[in-house]
Ligand binder design. Structure first.
Ligand SMILES: [Mg+2]
Length: 414
């Protein structure tokens, strides 16, 4: 077999055959069956179906000169008989090689407006980028679209696009299109207001009847009057004397963020390791680790003596620096380089962790966190993070369907 045929060199004449119309089985087979009579070779094929309409593009080698007119007539006749439109364009060679600086731009819209799409495309063009491919990742719970862009540095593109994503009412993630994206293998999440909708200290405070005092300390910390560790100690001190049975009550009150189970289940199926780090308490995070089948969990520990909370924490304090340290520790234990980690969080004390990770995702975060992170998600569905990793909704649902099938086979309940 010849490795490179003379007709497939880059300057050889080629024919681009485009078929458009109502999709149904047999169109692709019919087109190539028609072309086969002219002994042409396939250089490229792209096919996409949008709302039941098929666009099929076949790039084939030029047939012998005396056969080209006949090929054109035969393809048009075949298309007409199938009620499809055909267009045949002569040219030279294949696509030009894609430019250097390849990135993937994921856009999440709820909804995705034409105006936002126009502005994003214009900004890519103004930055010198070319959109090589556009692909829908999901239509639920948000519309997620991925643009493959070349010709501009990823960092430049990120600066250009991410800064005014909020003004456009969309979330935009820009990542390098290198192989490392497929190799991302560890996701580490914050807990309060990220994995769960609650702030655990507030749940404890409600049982201790000191919600207002805890809120005052939180506000003082936010004003910069206390650092995280001081505010942690001050708030935990307010819980002194609380019966340890409250721990079980708080565990049952914790509400997972919508999409949290889908995110974790899908990541686990894809072979990711998943961890949580929290400025909250191991009494809750250990339970979440168990319930959700997580690989790693670390938080502060409430000291309990004689069945009562003492108002102190024990062990290593998990603060802003501690979260980044734990990301590194989990990555080392998982055998994953930091560049292949993803961190998700909402608060200022997540910033070091978000910046240390290969991809830092600010999840419904305050503006200061949003601006400092690689990317931001501002819809309240945690599973939308999957789209930033290039996982499609279809893949999520297909994996769920397989699992349901397996469960049914085993006679288990969903
Ligand atoms: Mg948080």
């Amino acid at each position: 077999m010849e490795v490179v045929s003379a007709t497939q060199t880059s300057d050889a004449p080629t024919l681009l055959v485009k078929i458009f119309g109502k999709d149904r089985p047999g169109i692709t087979a019919g087109l190539f069956d028609t072309l086969a009579a002219y002994s042409v070779d396939v250089v490229d094929i792209e096919q996409v179906v949008t709302r039941g309409r098929l666009t099929l593009c076949a790039l084939v080698t030029q047939p012998a000169a005396e056969l080209e007119g006949d090929l054109r007539a035969t393809v048009h006749n075949w298309a007409e008989s199938m009620k499809m439109q055909a267009e045949i364009i002569s040219g030279i060679g294949d696509n030009r090689p894609r430019g250097l600086g390849r990135s993937l731009v994921t856009v999440l819209g709820h909804p995705l407006t034409a105006q936002a799409t126009a502005r994003i495309a214009a900004r890519i063009a103004n930055a010198g980028g070319n959109i090589d491919r556009i692909f829908r990742l999901a239509k639920y719970p948000v519309t997620a679209v991925e643009f493959a862009v070349s010709g501009v540095e990823t960092e430049t593109l990120r600066t250009t696009l991410v800064t005014d994503a909020a003004a456009l009412g969309v979330d935009i993630a820009v990542v390098s299109a290198g192989l490392h994206r497929r190799a991302q293998r560890l996701v580490v999440m914050d807990v309060d207001s990220t994995l769960i909708q609650d702030e655990v200290i507030e749940l404890f405070a409600a049982h201790a009847g000191c919600e207002e005092k805890v809120a005052e300390v939180t506000a003082a910390a936010m004003r910069g009057e206390l650092d995280f560790e001081q505010s942690l100690h001050a708030r935990v001190a307010l819980l002194a004397g609380l019966d340890a049975s409250v721990v079980d009550k708080v565990r049952s009150e914790v509400r997972l963020t919508p999409g949290a189970r889908t995110l974790i289940r899908t990541l686990k199926r894809l072979g990711y390791q998943v961890g949580i780090v929290s400025g909250g308490f191991t009494q809750v995070t250990d339970d979440l680790k168990e319930r959700l089948g997580l690989d790693f969990a670390q938080a502060n520990t409430l000291e309990i003596v004689d069945g009562k909370l003492t108002g102190r924490v024990t062990g290593e304090i998990v603060d802003r620096a501690g979260k980044a340290r734990l990301l590194r520790r989990f990555a080392a234990e998982a055998g994953v380089p930091l560049s292949q980690t993803v961190a998700i969080g909402d608060g200022a004390n997540d910033l070091d962790m978000l910046n240390a990770a290969g991809l830092g995702v600010a999840f419904n975060a305050k503006p200061v966190v949003r601006e400092a992170a690689h990317t931001a998600v501002n819809v309240p569905f945690l599973d939308t993070v999957l789209y930033l990793l290039g996982v499609t909704r279809e893949e999520v649902e297909a994996a769920d369907a397989v699992e349901e099938g397996d469960a049914a086979d085993a006679g288990e309940e969903g």
